[in-house]
Ligand binder design. Structure first.
Ligand code: GLP
Length: 255
């Protein structure tokens, strides 16, 4: 059925962020030494904020160059103006891009402002850009409580590519806190599960007890569209980094 994801459990979210940072920094520096671009797939959400914080810190210290880094974000709400406080554009610029030496032309985020009848063309273009840059070297993922990765909600299989998607009730409820008084969008543009599985390396990070059940399911069930993250099991180079809280159901079973 599947490969065997490497699972690393660390004491807390700080340790997870530090370990994920170390892996990303290794890839970024290897590519630089090889004179190659480093093509990253990047997530939003609370989980990766600590990683972005570390990357900014290392860049400010002078020990991490981003001039050869090319990024593709996993998703963006649709419709969504880039300058909205709720946009993933704003999130990424605020937490990472505004503070590191990445050339603006290297940054790719699905465009939440394209016309309704142009979304499919834009999604195709996004996939082509990933190909043009040689494919994703590393994709960093968080996970939603319903097993979504990017905005690939239950029902999304390994054949999916970048496209317009509907957001489910759990995802929209979980996003409420970020939206305050504004309505959570019903749709998004998301990289597909297949796009992510084509990456040479996948790093999945999860922290907190609220992720424990879905992590257990995603890593132990027979891969199925009910939990899109379960398809990660089939990837030959996936590493799952968890804190104790997110690993508690998994640990309970294997103890
Ligand atoms: C959103 C993003 C996902 C992210 C998920 C979990 O749905 N589209 O990429 O993994 O939220 O977010 P958090 O890390 O805040 O739990």
């Amino acid at each position: 059925m599947s490969g065997k994801p490497q699972v690393i459990v660390l004491p807390d979210a700080h340790a997870v962020a530090a370990a994920v940072t170390q892996r990303l920094v290794a890839r970024i520096n290897e590519s630089r030494e090889a004179g190659q671009p480093c093509v990253l797939g990047l997530p939003t959400g609370k989980t990766p904020i600590g990683v972005y914080h570390h990357l900014v810190h290392l860049h400010r210290e002078g020990s991490l160059d981003f001039s050869h880094v090319v990024t593709f974000n996993l998703d963006e709400y649709y419709p969504m103006p880039a300058d909205s406080p709720h946009s993933y554009h704003r999130f990424m610029h605020h937490h990472l891009f505004d503070h590191v030496s990445i050339p603006p032309a290297h940054i790719h985020i699905p465009d939440g402002t394209v016309d309704d009848d142009k979304v499919a063309d834009h999604a195709r273009w996004y996939e082509q850009q990933i190909q043009k840059h040689g494919g994703l070297d590393v994709v960093l993922l968080g996970i939603g409580r319903n097993g979504h990765i990017g905005f690939n909600e239950p029902g999304a299989g390994p054949e999916t590519r970048t496209r317009r998607v509907q957001l489910g009730a759990t995802t929209r409820t979980d996003a409420l806190a970020d939206f305050m008084d504004a309505a959570v969008p019903r749709e998004a543009i998301s990289m597909g599960v297949g796009t992510m599985l084509d990456a040479r390396e996948i790093i999945l990070m999860a922290t907190g007890a609220h992720k424990a059940d879905i992590i257990h399911q995603a890593l132990t069930m027979t891969p199925d569209v009910t939990v899109p993250a379960s398809f990660l099991q089939s990837h030959p180079a996936v590493c799952v980094l968890l804190d104790e809280a997110a690993a508690q159901v998994l640990n309970h079973e294997t103890a």
